[in-house]
Design a protein around this ligand. Structure first.
Ligand SMILES: C[S@@+](CC[C@H](N)C(=O)[O-])C[C@H]1O[C@@H](n2cnc3c(N)ncnc32)[C@H](O)[C@@H]1O
Length: 254
């Protein structure tokens, strides 16, 4: 099979395979490698350019990139994604299995982020990125969007591999307190937040649904200037998680 046919076929198949993740761009590839992803393919248009990017942005990964990169023509590369990344790098990796029971019952003092029916894939990615940076226990989602969609991976810069990320169609909370984060809650006091909380955030247009609100142990808001209706979903996740992180002794690596 030609170079074009076999690589294009592999990427096309990976996009609809729920066990695989398609990584678009240097940063997504970088974090996936750094956090231990198992790669099935790593392709680029220019090995020297990839090496220079690694030197500038991730010298720790230079050798692994160089050893595993398969160089393809720019024409082939252009067919691997709806918007091929300008960094000229893409990959396919296995999605790690997530044991939801283990995530929920973990005694580690870290909150779980629950996104109720998030619609925007870039927003989902931004939530995962900030949750990984803050040291959250996991990001779980309800609704139709796949949190492992390539666009969400791009928005998260590949940080899906740094913490458990999974669909969670029927949320259960184990022994975690459910805290609904909503503009009409009581003002958020990070010092009062239980570290093992399940933090629920609502869908972009309508916020948290009545059913989840009714199940919440607490409802907190991020104070805003009068006249502002709400924050962006990922910004809200960032404010709450970093409020928590900055008021705790450094919680060490997950
Ligand atoms: C764009 S907002 C949705 C706005 C929606 N109209 C509402 O009233 O909730 C998406 C999510 O971000 C969170 N959020 C946004 N601004 C917030 C605030 N000031 N306080 C607490 N949560 C907020 C909530 O979880 C909300 O469901």
């Amino acid at each position: 099979m030609s170079d074009l046919a076999d690589v294009a076929k592999q990427f096309r198949a990976a996009r609809s395979d729920p066990h695989l993740a398609v990584l678009e761009g240097f940063h997504a590839v970088k974090h996936a490698i750094r956090f231990g992803a198992a790669f099935l393919a790593l392709v680029g248009t220019d090995a020297d350019a990839a090496g220079r990017l690694a030197d500038a942005l991730a010298p720790d990964l230079r050798e692994r990139l160089a050893d595993n990169l398969r160089v393809v023509s720019p024409e082939t590369f252009a067919r691997l994604a709806p918007q091929p990344p300008t960094t000229g790098l893409m990959g396919i990796a296995r999605r790690p299995q997530v044991d939801l029971h283990a995530v929920l019952s973990s005694p580690e003092p870290r909150p779980v982020v629950l996104l109720e029916d998030p619609r925007n894939l870039g927003n989902i990615g931004a939530c995962i990125r900030v949750a990984a940076a803050a040291g959250a226990a996991a990001v779980l989602t309800t609704g139709a969007q796949d949190p492992w969609h390539p666009e969400a991976l791009r928005g998260a810069a590949g940080l899906h591999f740094a913490l458990p990320v999974a669909p969670f169609p029927e949320p259960t909370f184990h022994d975690r307190q459910l805290i609904a984060v909503a503009p009409d809650g009581d003002p958020f006091d990070p010092a009062q937040m239980p570290s093992r909380a399940m933090l629920a955030f609502g869908t972009e247009r309508h916020g948290i649904g009545d059913e989840l609100l009714a199940r919440a142990d607490d409802r907190v808001s991020i104070p805003m200037r009068p006249g502002v209706s709400s924050l962006n979903l990922a910004t809200s996740v960032a404010a709450i998680l970093f409020g928590w992180r900055l008021t705790r002794a450094a919680p060490g690596p997950p």
